[in-house]
Design a protein around this ligand. Structure first.
Ligand code: HEC
Length: 155
């Protein structure tokens, strides 16, 4: 019993946080799915940790914009490492689309910080769109969460 919980726990955690989220329901019944094992027990990859920083940054921008704050949260300097951060073992990183989407995301962050105050909401939504674009081809799990990050126009 105890052993079973220990085996299931990382799967549940991964399903909530990572790339598997959302995938589980769509997988056909015959698909045995990922085998719980040593890999899930490893600490999060550099890229996964960077993603958490990026998600927290975007959330804090949304809060600031909703409050009508004058200043944006500090520029997320860590994103400079997006193209070089080590992904989770076995994660497929496409050699063409991943760098393209990475540069697009970095450009959208720059555009947000360069935008006039009135244009920040649009710039923020373009940034969230760039997260969604990459997640459409890499690691679809967080897409549900990302879709909730958009600002509504008339808020
Ligand atoms: C260039 C592609 C790309 C962009 C842009 C991107 N992601 Fe990711 N994201 C990934 C990949 C690949 C992973 C899997 C990382 C790993 O497991 O090593 C990931 C993982 C994640 C995770 C799971 C992290 C974890 O704890 O395992 C979250 C949440 C996430 N991204 C949210 C976002 C948000 C929010 C944005 C935009 C602010 C974003 N991503 C932009 C490719 C991208």
């Amino acid at each position: 019993m105890r052993k079973r919980i220990l085996i299931l726990l990382p799967v549940v955690l991964l399903t909530m946080l990572g790339c598997l989220a959302g995938k589980a329901e769509r997988a056909p019944r015959t698909d045995p799915g990922p085998v719980p094992g040593v890999q899930e027990l490893k600490p999060a990859s550099e890229l996964a940790l960077l993603m958490r920083v990026m998600a927290v940054h975007a959330d804090s921008v949304k809060v600031a914009l909703n409050k009508g704050a004058k200043k944006l949260p500090p520029y997320p300097k860590a994103i400079a490492a997006l193209l070089t951060a080590t992904p989770t073992d076995g994660m497929h990183i496409d050699p063409i689309t991943f760098p393209t989407f990475s540069k697009d995301y970095q450009a959208k962050v720059d555009a947000l910080y360069n935008a006039a105050r009135n244009d920040r909401r649009t710039a923020y939504n373009a940034l969230v769109q760039s997260c969604a674009n990459c997640h459409g081809t890499h690691c679809p799990g967080p897409l549900m969460r990302i879709k909730k990050m958009y600002l509504k126009d008339e808020e």
